[in-house]
Design a binder for this molecule. Structure first.
Ligand code: GLA
Length: 698
């Protein structure tokens, strides 16, 4: 039984973890345990006796509340803050009851209400037993006859054991420079990470990993508590160490400039937060998320991605049938399986000053539509894909001239343009319907197998004239609108593979991955930088989600082989100017594309082991292993190492210890244990790389 009801509360168990909570004698719902699974339900701690400390710290402030509201003398970061119609601005939870369900994904629902006012809260816990993860979200319901104003509604508060210091790992970056892994010790106070950009952002990602400061985890061992938020809008993470040694991470929709008017009878549902605990280090935490994303989140999580060619860096906005067919023919010869035409194909789009919003083929560049190009691409044996940026509008467009009010703006202010564009108010259903109609027509008229959905700026002047509720609901309703448009198109065209791009990795999260199978990780395609970006990305996302192109960045100092090896660590794509590559480079690329096709199932669907960090070392390595441990691939990269530079031993991971394996380039077989314990040294020169296949032979 994964969910146990005990005399004081509940114990939630997944494969190897336990999570316990209960009601203390003061009636507060408190957290009691998150860690290794214990033998018996009675083994889990029960809620401690409530205590206060002096007149300044009340019972609730010292308790580890599971979902604290702003109320009383509780001054920790709350999960919930609301104002009732009469101006009362707190919420006092009273426990009402619990429900459990069994089945493949057992669920616990805890029902609470306010002590005096019409307000109901449901806390949901869904267990992913085999994946060892707990999914949490909250529902707020207004059963009264007056409106309720929500000001903060987090998805979850994750508590870690008290009395310890923790290190917080998180992802940080900016455009062209995403996914740096930062680690910092949490000291008393609140460390906030957030996006105020109406999208996930390049700057921080809604992911955290906590380790004991005194015993940090490694890739292969040690305790880690980690989690994510499945949301593609503004979000907030508040990692707090309070004055009584309690560390907790609250995560949810950002409350900055946020208000939600909850009318009588309405319910507000938060996005989900997913959390996990492991004793096997950072690598195990990532692999858990990878498996969850592939099995539970992605629309086509079990399918292998095709090798794609994207013509953006070759032709930029100067696309037409002839130039694209020329590139498509070269791509097909190399073994490419999907040809994607990027920006520049639609009405009036000659550069980035015009056209966004007018989603039909440009009459000058494609006088007969896109059908001819798509057919030729299909004849060449490839799928056809297209770039769109549906949330955007250029002031110089038919759409803007017809509906200037559809762009997000504050009346009386000059709307700030970025890349000469404004954002359409996707919170409005008429805007959503317009985009659905235009993109549906495109997908119906042309045989399109792949769409790259881009978003090249963040919000400014977030006004919404005529909003049915509070205009500040735009922060959430915009994202819901994106989900509705994208979800509707997905339903109508279920075979299409979508990619989430936002100037590179600006929208990578578990919310968008319910719609998009892939993420364009960064506009930075310089391969050495990519190694680091890819390592950061892999903390959360599996290799099949990580689209990686070889472009014309780096050939002055890097071989095509090195550049291809970097991109082969994810879902391989090519983005260079194939005409300029010439027959020799194209033949070399064709060779590696063929190799990639042989190993891609291992890379895209297997387990990933980060053997040596490119963010930390100039000699780095990553290994992928099929789930049955029978076959693997090892990549090693050396950028610049100042002499003397001894070659590090790479200790393989995840092999069956007693089985025998060969490693390409080394004579004979060795036991899995030998490859993992004694490791292997692979000599490389500066700016060289290697791909070695691993094979179980006995
Ligand atoms: C963004 C994307 C690029 C490309 C351009 C097109 O920058 O990240 O890959 O699609 O837009 O304008």
């Amino acid at each position: 039984m994964p969910i146990h009801t005990t005399p004081t509360g509940w114990v939630l168990e997944t494969g190897s973890t336990g999570y316990a909570l209960g009601l203390n004698s003061a009636g507060l719902l408190v957290h009691t345990y998150w860690g290794a699974r214990l033998p018996r339900p009675e083994d889990y701690p029960t809620p401690p006796v409530p205590r206060e400390w002096a007149s300044f710290n009340g019972i609730a402030h010292l308790a580890r509340e599971e979902y604290p509201a702003y109320a009383g003398t509780q001054y920790n970061e709350p999960c919930f803050k609301a104002t009732f119609a009469n101006g009362v601005r707190d919420a006092v939870w009273v426990f009402e009851g619990a429900e459990t369900t069994t089945g493949a994904q057992p669920q616990l629902t805890l029902r609470l209400r306010d002590a005096a006012y019409p307000l109901r809260l449901a806390l949901h816990y869904r267990l992913h037993e085999a994946l060892d993860l707990i999914e949490r979200w909250a529902e707020i319901h207004n059963p009264g006859s007056e409106e309720l104003t929500l000001e903060r509604v987090f998805s979850a508060l994750w508590h870690v054991p008290t009395g310890e210091s923790y290190t917080l790992a998180h992802l940080n970056g900016k455009w062209l420079d995403e996914f740096h892994i930062l680690r910092e010790e949490l000291l008393p106070g609140v460390k906030a990470l957030e996006s105020r950009r109406i999208t996930t952002s390049h700057h921080h990602n809604p992911w955290f990993l906590l380790e004991r400061a005194a015993a940090p985890a490694s890739e292969t061992a040690g305790e880690a508590w980690f989690g994510v938020l499945a949301w593609s809008g503004s979000w907030k993470l508040a990692a707090e160490v309070n004055d009584f040694g309690s560390t907790r991470v609250g995560i949810g929709i950002n409350d900055w400039d946020f208000v939600w008017r909850l009318n009588p009878g309405e319910t507000f549902t938060t996005p989900a937060s997913l959390g996990g605990y492991t004793q096997h280090g950072r690598g195990a935490a990532s692999r858990r998320l990878h498996d969850y994303i592939r099995r539970q989140v992605l629309p086509h999580g079990a399918e292998l991605h095709k090798v794609l060619y994207n013509s953006w860096e070759a032709t930029t906005f100067n696309v037409d049938e002839e130039s694209q067919i020329e590139l498509a023919e070269l791509a097909a010869e190399m073994g490419v399986e999907l040809f994607v035409m990027d920006d520049g194909w639609f009405h009036g789009r000659d550069d980035d000053h015009a056209g966004l919003g007018d989603w039909w083929p440009d009459e000058g560049k494609f006088p007969h539509g896109l059908g001819g190009l798509a057919r030729r691409v299909n004849q060449l044996g490839m799928d056809f894909g297209l770039w769109v940026e549906p949330e955007m509008v250029n002031p110089n467009s038919e759409l803007y001239r017809a509906h200037p009010d559809w762009a997000i703006h504050f009346p009386g202010r000059v709307p700030t343009q970025a890349r000469n564009q404004l954002i359409l108010n996707f919170a409005r259903s008429d805007v959503q319907d317009y985009i659905i109609e235009k993109l549906d027509r495109l997908l119906t008229e042309t045989n399109i197998a792949f769409i790259k959905w881009d978003m090249n700026r963040n919000v400014s002047e977030p006004g919404w004239e005529g909003a049915p509720g509070d205009p500040r609901e735009i922060w959430v309703r915009y994202v819901q609108g994106v989900y509705r448009v994208w979800g509707t198109l997905r339903e109508r065209h279920p075979r299409v593979i979508w990619q989430s791009c936002s100037g590179g990795g600006g929208r990578a999260d578990l919310g968008i991955l319910r719609l998009a199978d892939q993420v364009w990780v960064s506009d930075n395609t310089e391969p050495c930088a990519r190694l680091s970006i890819q390592e950061g990305f892999s903390q959360v996302f599996p290799a099949n989600v990580m689209e990686a192109w070889v472009t014309d960045s780096g050939p002055e100092y890097l071989s095509l082989e090195f550049r291809l090896h970097v991109s082969m660590c994810g879902s391989l794509g090519i983005g260079g100017h194939l005409k300029h590559w010439g027959p020799t480079l194209r033949a070399e690329a064709a060779h590696w594309i063929a190799v990639y096709k042989e190993v891609r199932a291992i890379i895209q669907q297997g387990d990933q082991f980060r053997l040596r960090s490119p963010q930390a070392y100039a000699y780095s390595a990553v290994q992928y292993l099929a789930k049955d441990q029978g076959e693997g691939v090892l990549f090693a990269f050396r950028t610049h190492l100042a002499p003397p530079a001894p070659t590090p031993a790479l200790r393989l991971q995840g092999l069956a210890p007693e089985a025998l394996y060969t490693l390409e380039g080394f004579p004979g077989a060795r036991s899995g244990r030998s490859w993992m314990e004694a490791g292997v040294q692979i000599e490389l020169q500066d700016f060289h790389s290697t791909l070695r296949r691993i094979q179980r032979v006995a």
